[in-house]
Design a protein. Structure first.
Length: 207
């Protein structure tokens, strides 16, 4: 029984397989390290655009575009992991702020309210198979004063993050609560990613 369990573990399934993260996000790289995956980093330069009716299909399409962009130059059997995260407030999708004032405006709009964080993930085995999925987490933010918003923006932390904040940094002090996967808000839903990875890799081995 122990041998069967080991054969199905993520570490065993990944043994000898090259893994590439199609993102420059240090947060996603660190999350992967938490589950024992050391990935090469090859950020996709493909312009972030997708035609989709819902936020869920939108983030899945963005992650798929990233994965396919990187996979095109890699050998068969390489595992590509791609993800994209957006913040949605009242139906409006918030990506990374373009400048300081946009960051301020985003944070004002999130103050004392609930919003949703969507992360789309694509796992692609070059030349073999692919799966895309998404996770949604609801986040409640405490009321923010103008001084608190501007101090946080002045720190520079919001500028490379969807919705202009990072839950794992100083902004964590303003989070009232979450419903869903915390790591999804950081940038990669670890639990769901592990389960989908095991399924994908087992299917590849059985073929």
């Amino acid at each position: 029984m122990e041998r069967m369990h080991e054969a199905g573990s993520l570490r065993a399934l990944l043994k000898g397989r090259r893994v590439v993260l199609a993102s420059a996000s240090p947060r996603r790289r660190e999350l992967l390290k938490q589950i024992g995956i050391t990935a090469e980093v090859q950020p996709s330069r493909k312009e972030k655009s997708a035609a989709a009716a819902t936020s869920a299909t939108f983030v899945k399409a963005l992650s798929r575009n990233k994965a396919e962009d990187i996979a095109a130059g890699l050998p068969e059997g390489t595992l590509v992991i791609a993800a994209d995260t957006i913040v949605v407030r009242d139906g409006e999708r918030l990506g990374k702020p373009k400048d300081r004032e946009e960051a301020v405006a985003m944070l004002r709009s999130l103050s004392d309210r609930e919003h949703s964080v969507y992360t789309g993930v694509t796992l692609l085995l070059c030349g073999e198979r692919r799966v895309s999925f998404y996770e949604r987490t609801r986040v409640q933010v405490y009321p923010l004063s103008e001084e608190e918003i501007r101090e946080y923006v002045d720190s520079g932390d919001p500028m490379d993050k969807a919705g202009a904040y990072g839950i794992q940094g100083p902004f964590g002090a303003y989070i009232r609560g979450i419903r869903g996967d915390y790591t999804n808000v950081v940038g990669l839903p670890l639990g769901r990613t592990v389960q989908e990875l095991k399924k994908l890799l087992r299917e590849a081995v059985s073929c």
